[in-house]
Design a protein around this ligand. Sequence first.
Ligand SMILES: NC(=O)c1ccc[n+]([C@@H]2O[C@H](COP(=O)([O-])OP(=O)(O)OC[C@H]3O[C@@H](n4cnc5c(N)ncnc54)[C@H](O)[C@@H]3O)[C@@H](O)[C@H]2O)c1
Length: 348
Amino acid sequence: MSKTTGIGILGAQFAGKFHTEMWRVIPNAEVVAVADLSEKAREGYLKEYGPMKMYEDIDGLLGDPNVEVIDICVPNFLHAPIAIKAMEAGKHVICEKPFATTLEDGQKVVDVQKKTGQKYFYAEDWIFAPALVKAEKLLNEGGIGKPLFFKGKECHNGSHSPFAKTIKYCGGGSMIHVGIHAIGYFLHLLGMPEKVTGCCNGGYEDNFVHKDFEGEDWALAVLHYPGGQKALVEGNYITTGGMNDIMEVYGTDGLIRVDLTFGSPLSVFSKQGISYAVEKAEFTQGWTKPAVNEFESLGYKDELSHFLQCIREDVPQVKSTTAEAGFNVLKIIDAIYRSHREQRTVVL
Ligand SMILES: NC(=O)c1ccc[n+]([C@@H]2O[C@H](COP(=O)([O-])OP(=O)(O)OC[C@H]3O[C@@H](n4cnc5c(N)ncnc54)[C@H](O)[C@@H]3O)[C@@H](O)[C@H]2O)c1
């Protein structure tokens, strides 16, 4: 085994940068190269993180013998084709959500992973967020009795990425882009639902706020599980004041509430505002709850550390991060959209 594992990041903007920051504090891994089509993004990355081997596209990373793992941080529609290309070239893959933008593409990724035997990691950070890991332990020890009803949401004021505006590039709207975290976490806790009921805005003029988004800017879904448990999932782009990530569980003997983004132990009152409080907050004057170790609280560090351990030590992969699991999350989202379109509950 090489002393450190060489990571090649594809995509040098928002996700590529916070992955870089996490890799820098994880032992035995090193970002050895980065690729991005945009010269501006490459320059911005170099300015922020110092000298780095830079390529324009995936082929540069695939041809680099020091790159063992491709960490995919490019827009959604590229996730499947890039993952396939990387695995066929003998690289392991870490892929940001969503798994793919169509079921057809998703199936191809599952097939290629099986055929090549390369490791594939579906990067759902909520599964590794320390507060959600703790909640899972408390649920498993029976701390709130039998869990009956789950609620999970990620909401903010709209994706900054131009690719998120078009279904062809993103796969949908706020449900596939942000509601997806709660779906991945509930898959981890509860397995596959047996049916789903979805209700979404219809995009463009039918949206509440984002009339230029082809996909919905507000979406809700009820996931119905065998045995009667239910989960309510929400993903919206109409939330002001900063990104809001909440998970709640109601049990026969208690309840659990996790606030991933406003649960900071730090409170600040500032007349003029501070440099940063929380992702997507519009301004920071007055009272804020500035995030402490934001990326670690959201799970990215423990997530990437686990993937690295699977690669280096061949430890078993958390099952809700496999290609099959990523594909299952996509199947649930597809069923939510179908349920909305057909105005009926969809059986999976
Ligand atoms: N887990 C999370 O909470 C989380 C948070 C943010 C983003 N993401 C995911 O990360 C991915 C990237 O999001 P982002 O916000 O960084 O997007 P972005 O639009 O800010 O950046 C994407 C970058 O990819 C580059 N790019 C596009 N096509 C490329 C290609 N063919 N080859 C090389 N580079 C290319 C663009 O030039 C751009 O610099 C998305 O799929 C998003 O869903 C996940």
